[in-house]
Design a protein around this ligand. Structure first.
Ligand code: RUQ
Ligand code: CUA
Length: 660
């Protein structure tokens, strides 16, 4: 992808000429650029890409990508346009640098236990930034774990996970997380269906015993937690529900959920039955689900629900009687359901159909009002007449998946089989924002390779920014040094700032830690994180000062009447206080440490060997962890962050005297 229309010599000569009276210093430096470009075999396109992305030291990126970390179970934060990995956020998987799951965070990880069993990893798919009036507000981030049907809540003041919630009804969720325009609800849908609560039922009973559902998790912004007591679910047929998007502006109150396997295939290749891949794609169409969640909320609040697995569920019968859910056909093997910025159109792609299909919300409403149905599905849900609700179809290429939007009337669709990004024009109220006619493919840019999702800057909000687009490619093949047979994924940055013209790829970023799916790209200045915790003794779990936090002068080791030993410790460059702690084997230990630093980046670690403890104590933070000192011995604890010149001296001895 290095198309050089002119040699770099010509470009450099032209630029030198253009500046005419240029200082000899400029000419000299351009000569240096020319020399280095020649040595490294760079084209003018490469130099231009470098100029668009190179971010000198100390300069801050304009945008941030919040990316799912796939089956690493984490979230990645990446700067744009530099494409530098800024940090990971530990979510479902323990991570020692952040001290997540090695003394701290264990209670939150345990919230994600599945029927009492630990699951210390996750398969994160769709992160969702919190929104106010359909725009990112920079306060919260949600992400799902597809493997176990769990949702995590991350506070963007400190980029730490505050809650993990396990879905009581299902055990796999692909459609999640998506937020309603004011983040009243975070919703999550099952994909691979199971009987309620993942109880056992033979696969032959699929149609009757297996259930689909969408869960509407109520988010309490003040508390920064999902409130299970105000959450509910809506029963769905056991189709495999896929990606969704919340309506906004004119379509606020609805969400649009696509599905596959409306064939209700149950596999069985070992018994010479059609394998899932064939059975699931047999029909020419599947169903887009159009769900009125505001109406569902009223039904829930009126108590018209059934308790299943201790959780309120609106039954399919109620949904049919109340007109909560309507279906309409969508093209073969659909994937992706994306609402346009004004909320007026919904774009769905079928992986096995070269078109994107655009539905009109106005037409959907009209068809519902007129009972313009082509029939009902096997579960009794009405199917809206496809021709009555379809606005347009645009032939974009092979394997279309997901769509994002620009500020000017362009839409961008990822093409998995073509390995390309398609740019096309919206019509309707967006018409004439672009030089090209409405509903037409404008161009395609090849990417490397097999793009899944794509993200444009704020490209799924009510006010997309355009400018940058990132292709989240699944394969990298020949783009990087081969790190053994397991290769990284490839994030490619595209410049989409010019109308109509090319969308050049200007940067490749290998992701060597999990396979990301979706990511959102937010203007960096919308996120207002703390640089240090607000006060000394801050507990990140409660986002408040902990009255029990050790402070300078209160350090001590206390033995309680019940035999519990409480340790109150402080950490400051370059010592822990106390430095020698002797207890008895079998003692129950409650250990508290406060980092009393106020300087930015003055983080201390705290590791205890054998006991599997490692904390990250950021400036001001207090942490508490508990364990039983069941192993006698001599254990040097130390600071795992290189915090000062005397960091090696930041240690102490934890001595556990044998019982007898
Ligand atoms: S998916 S590559 Cu899990 Cu969002 Cu479409
Ligand atoms: Cu504190 Cu090293």
């Amino acid at each position: 992808m290095t198309c050089t229309r002119f040699g770099y010599r010509a470009m450099l000569a032209a630029s030198v000429l253009a500046i005419g009276t240029a200082s000899s210093a400029w000419a000299q430096s351009m000569n240096d650029v020319q020399r280095v470009a020649k040595e490294r075999g760079l084209s003018t396109a490469d130099l231009l890409a470098a100029a668009k992305t190179f971010t000198p030291t100390g300069k801050i990126d304009e945008y941030l990508i919040f990316s799912s970390g796939g089956h690493s179970g984490q979230v990645f934060v990446i700067g744009v346009p530099s494409m530098r990995l800024l940090r990971t956020i530990a979510v479902f998987t323990p991570e020692p640098w952040q001290g997540w799951g090695y003394g701290v965070g264990n209670e939150i990880l345990a919230e994600g236990n599945v029927n009492g069993k630990e699951n210390l990893w996750g398969d994160t798919h769709h992160p969702a930034l919190s929104e106010t009036n359909g725009d990112y507000d920079g306060e919260w981030l949600f992400v799902n774990d597809k493997a176990n049907a769990r949702i995590a809540v991350i506070d963007l003041r400190d980029f730490e996970t505050k809650q993990i919630i396990k879905n009581p009804l299902f055990i796999n969720d692909h459609g999640g997380t998506f937020v309603t325009p004011n983040t009243d609800y975070v919703f999550e849908t099952a994909q691979y269906n199971v009987p309620w609560g993942a109880e056992y039922a033979p696969i032959e009973d699929y149609n009757d015993s297996y259930r689909g559902a969408v869960t509407m998790w109520k988010f309490d912004r003040k508390k920064g937690r999902i409130d299970k007591s105000k959450s509910f679910a809506i029963e769905l047929p056991p189709y495999w529900h896929d990606i969704a998007d919340a309506g906004k502006l004119v379509s606020d109150g609805y969400f649009f959920l696509n599905s596959i396997n409306t064939e209700l295939a149950t596999g069985g290749i070992e018994d010479k039955k059609p394998p899932f891949e064939a059975g699931v794609s047999k029909n020419a169409t599947d169903y887009l689900h159009i769900i009125n969640w505001k109406k569902a909320e009223k039904i829930f609040q009126a108590g018209n629900t059934t308790m299943i697995e201790g959780f309120p569920v609106i039954s399919l019968e109620t949904s049919i009687a109340e007109g909560l859910i309507y279906l309409t056909p969508e093209p073969r093997s659909p994937h992706g359901s994306d609402v346009a910025p004004k909320g007026d159109f919904i774009v769905v792609s079928g992986k096995l159909d070269p078109h994107t299909t655009i539905y009109s919300f106005a037409k959907i409403q009209k068809a519902i009002a007129n009972k313009d149905f082509s029939g009902t599905d096997d579960y009794g849900l009405s199917i809206l007449n496809f021709d009555s609700v379809m606005e347009a179809q645009v032939e974009v290429g092979l394997g279309p998946l997901h769509t994002q939007f620009g500020p000017d009337g362009y839409a961008y669709t990822s093409l998995f089989l073509d390995s390309a990004v398609a740019r096309w024009t919206l019509g309707g109220s967006y018409g004439k924002g672009t030089p090209e006619p409405d509903w037409t493919l404008v161009q395609k840019t090849p990417v490397h390779y097999n793009i899944g999702h794509l993200g444009a800057a704020e490209g799924d909000t009510v006010s997309p920014d355009g400018k940058y687009l990132v292709a989240f490619n699944k394969w990298s093949v020949d783009r990087f040094f081969h790190t053994g047979p397991l290769l990284p994924q490839n994030f490619q940055l595209l410049d989409i700032s010019e109308q109509g013209t090319e969308m050049p790829v200007i940067y490749d970023m290998p992701i060597g830690n999990g396979e990301p799916h979706y990511a959102q790209i937010v203007k960096a200045d919308k996120i207002k994180p703390w640089s240090v915790y607000p006060e000394i003794g801050w507990d990140p779990m409660t986002q408040a000062v902990d009255p029990w936090a050790p402070r300078p002068g209160t350090e001590r080791v206390e033995r309680k009447a019940d035999g519990t030993v409480e340790i109150y410790m402080t950490a400051v460059r370059s010592h822990f206080n106390p430095e020698r702690i002797t207890i008895k084997q079998g003692d129950k230990v409650i250990w508290r440490i406060t980092n009393t630093e106020r300087a930015v980046d003055a983080t201390h670690g705290f590791a205890v060997p054998q006991y599997n403890i490692n904390l990250s104590l950021e400036p001001g933070e207090t942490a508490k962890f508990e364990f039983v000192a069941d192993i006698a011995g001599t254990f040097p604890y130390y600071c795992t962050e290189f915090c000062s010149a005397l960091h090696l001296e930041m240690m102490g001895y934890f001595l556990v005297e044998p019982k007898d």
